[in-house]
Ligand binder design. Structure first.
Ligand SMILES: [Zn+2]
Length: 84
């Protein structure tokens, strides 16, 4: 497991990152310097940015890589819970 996955897993477990987002819309674009919700670092223009619009009007941003890692880790967590 790499450190990004580890960090995202810790943040999932602590509740800092939710296990699911109910996106009403999701966009992929170029980084805009906004803070990634997963790693809390700015998303530079050369990186892919994932912009997720939630049902309650909130908007969250991820690095493309952080988004994919979050997606994998939260599903791994759900599978883990089911095994118990
Ligand atoms: Zn990130």
């Amino acid at each position: 497991m790499d450190t990004l996955a580890q960090m995202i897993r810790v943040r999932l477990r602590s509740g800092a990152l939710p296990g699911a987002f109910d996106f009403v819309q999701r966009w992929y674009g170029r980084g805009s310097g906004r803070e990634c919700i997963a790693c809390q670092r700015p998303i530079p223009a050369f990186a892919t940015e994932v912009e997720g619009h939630l049902g309650d009007g909130r908007v969250v941003y991820f690095h493309g890589l952080c988004y994919r890692t979050w997606d994998v880790e939260r599903e791994r967590d759900i599978e883990h819970e089911r095994d118990i």
